[in-house]
Structures are given as structure tokens and as C-alpha cells.
Design a protein around this ligand. Structure first.
Ligand code: NAD
Length: 302
């Protein structure tokens, strides 16, 4: 059997089109557009490239996009006052501080300073709590896990009553996706197990999974024989395993592999995400959706 490929790029395009339609309608009816500020401290090349993609996507959707670049040696108190300025700015509905931050800055303090009602990354403790409570409380689910749920649901995979096994318990992926899929809600209602480095028999748990979400950051961790025939496999892992010359640009690019041996796993799974091109494109997409939702909450039309 050969699995159905879950193409993140196609699902991303579908969602961005829906967002653009809503942005145009809200602009016409209310005369406002979503406002997103991205605060970038220093010039970490990976962060610069990620922020550039965010800006490009926001602009293509007609958002008000503010890029606020700050020097590497910015004082913590100055960064906190900057965030406070955007907390008070009514034209800004989403504030994103690109991580990692330089050593002199306490990341936790920074994230806790963002107004929870503008925290479109969903990392503020208030939003983590809202996600845990579920239902109408949820405002901003973290972007990568929210994107994973979209991939599963839009591919027509049944979550209700499904055995979900999540490998990884990070605050960014593992814990929130487990939380999302166990909620009493459409596109959820699953029975969820979270496995991690101290799990005794990882193979046993993976073999039970109707939906297997792997977010460990270990290339090839999940063996093909651990996959239940017909299961939906979501490979979140992005691991640089070497370099190659790009056929398009002639420049050196990283060779990326997931946490699952894709070539063998696709012969057993029913659905599978590729790496790259699976989960990756969903993160920025869901950031745009959270920012749009923030505007809708603000207007009282959510
Ligand atoms: P993390 O390092 O914070 O967490 C990894 C988790 O995996 C830990 O909880 C750990 O317990 C578990 N783990 C590690 N090795 C294991 C093993 N051998 N057996 C069982 N469990 C094990 O990582 P993260 O931030 O959650 O990211 C995980 C992966 O997903 C990384 O490859 C990262 O690059 C990728 N990622 C991709 C996206 C995206 O595509 N948009 C977003 C976030 C993370």
C-alpha cells in the first residue's frame, strides 16, 4: 500500500485563500485590517529568514505589517517597554517576538509581558491555560500544533475515538497538540498518549496509534515496523542531515529529514506528511489565522 501524501503546501494555500477572503470582507465592512508586529532582536540568520517569510505572507494577505528590528545588545527593560507600546497600539492585533533572544534577556519575562489578547504565538501562560480548558476559552492555539490539527482534519482523517500517540512533550509541539486532540470538540475527541525520552517501550505505543504525531527532533527515530498499517503519520521533525547544491539556485542548501523513515513508512501508513513540505508550511499560516482571529475578537465578530 502507498500512503496518501498530506501536502502542507496545498493545505496552506487553501487556508491562506480563506483568510484573504475574510480580510477583504472585514476591510470592506469595518474599514480595518489585521495588524501584526514582528520584533526581531539581533541578526540570527535563521530568525531573519523566518521573519522575512512571515512578513511576505502578511503583506500578501493585506495585513498591516510592522517589522521592528532591534540591536543584539538591547537592554531587557527597553524591550519590555517596546512590547508595552504595541500592547497599547489599537492598530496592532498580534505581537510576535522572534525567539531565541540574546543572553541578557529573560525570555519568560518577555513572553509574559505580551498582552495575552495579542499573543498570536499562544505561548503566554494565560493562553496555555485557555488551551487546557478548551471550548470557547481558546483564543490562540500555538501555531505548529494548530497547523497539525488542520492537516489531519482537512485530509479527512477521523479523530473522534482515534488512538493518538504523540512522541515528544515540548511546550511548543508535543504538549499542545496532545491537548488540542483530546478536547471535547470536532476535529478532536481522541484518546491521547504522550511518549517521551523516559517512555519504557516507544515501539509498543507507536504501534497502537491510529494517528502518530512525531515531534522528537531525532532523524529516523520511528521505525517503519512501528507504524500501524493505514495509520496517519504526522512527522514534525526537521533535522539537518547534510548539505547539497540546489538545482534551482546552484547554492548550498541543507538536506532535511524528518523523525520517520519516509520512504519505508509511506508503504505502510494510510496518510503521511513529507519533510519538508508537510507540517512546515502550516506554522506561518496559523500565525496569520490567529492574527485575523485577534482582529475579529477585537471587533466582537469572532
Ligand atoms: P524539543 O527538543 O523541545 O522536544 C523534543 C521532545 O522529544 C522532548 O520532549 C523529548 O522528550 C522527546 N524525545 C527526544 N528524543 C526522544 C526519544 N529518543 N524517544 C522519545 N522521545 C524523545 O523539540 P520541539 O521544539 O518539540 O521540536 C521537535 C522537532 O520538531 C524538531 O525537529 C523541530 O525542528 C521540529 N519542529 C518543526 C516545526 C515546523 O515544522 N513548523 C515547528 C516546531 C518544531
Amino acid at each position: 500500500m502507498s500512503a496518501k501524501l498530506i501536502r502542507g503546501t496545498e493545505i496552506r494555500d487553501e487556508i491562506l485563500k480563506e483568510i484573504k477572503g475574510e480580510v477583504d470582507r472585514i476591510k470592506e465592512e469595518h474599514g480595518v485590517v489585521p495588524g501584526l508586529v514582528t520584533i526581531l532582536v539581533g541578526e540570527n540568520p535563521a530568525s531573519v529568514s523566518y521573519v522575512t517569510s512571515k512578513i511576505r505572507t502578511a503583506q500578501s494577505l493585506g495585513y498591516k505589517e510592522v517589522q521592528d528590528s532591534q540591536p543584539e545588545d538591547i537592554k531587557e527593560e527597553d524591550l519590555l517597554s517596546l512590547i508595552d507600546k504595541y500592547n497599547k497600539d489599537d492598530s496592532i492585533h498580534g505581537i510576535l517576538v522572534q525567539l531565541p533572544l540574546p543572553k541578557q534577556i529573560d525570555e519568560k519575562k518577555v513572553l509574559n509581558t505580551i498582552d495575552p489578547d495579542k499573543d498570536v504565538d499562544g505561548f503566554h501562560p494565560v493562553n496555555v491555560g485557555r488551551l487546557m480548558i478548551g471550548g470557547g476559552e481558546v483564543k490562540f492555539p500555538p501555531c505548529t500544533p494548530a497547523g497539525i490539527q488542520e492537516l489531519i482534519v482537512r485530509s479527512g482523517v477521523e479523530t473522534e475515538g482515534a488512538e493518538v500517540v504523540v512522541v515528544g512533550r515540548s511546550n511548543i509541539v508535543g504538549k499542545p497538540i496532545a491537548n488540542i486532540l483530546l478536547q471535547k470538540a470536532p476535529g478532536a475527541n481522541a484518546t491521547v498518549t504522550v511518549a517521551h525520552t523516559r517512555t519504557k517501550d516507544l515501539a509498543y505505543h507507536c504501534k497502537r496509534a491510529d494517528i502518530l504525531v512525531v515531534a522528537a527532533g531525532v532523524p529516523g527515530l520511528v521505525k517503519p515496523e512501528w507504524i500501524k498499517p493505514g495509520a496517519c503519520v504526522i512527522d514534525v521533525g526537521v533535522n539537518r542531515v547534510g548539505e547539497k547544491i540546489s538545482e534551482k539556485t546552484g547554492k548550498k542548501i541543507a538536506i532535511l529529514k524528518g523523525d520517520v523513515d519516509f520512504d519505508k513508512a509511506k508503504e505502510i501508513a494510510g496518510y503521511i506528511t513529507p519533510v519538508p513540505g508537510g507540517v512546515g508550511p502550516m506554522t506561518i499560516t496559523m500565525l496569520m489565522k490567529n492574527t485575523l482571529n485577534s482582529l475579529k475578537f477585537h471587533l466582537g465578530i469572532a
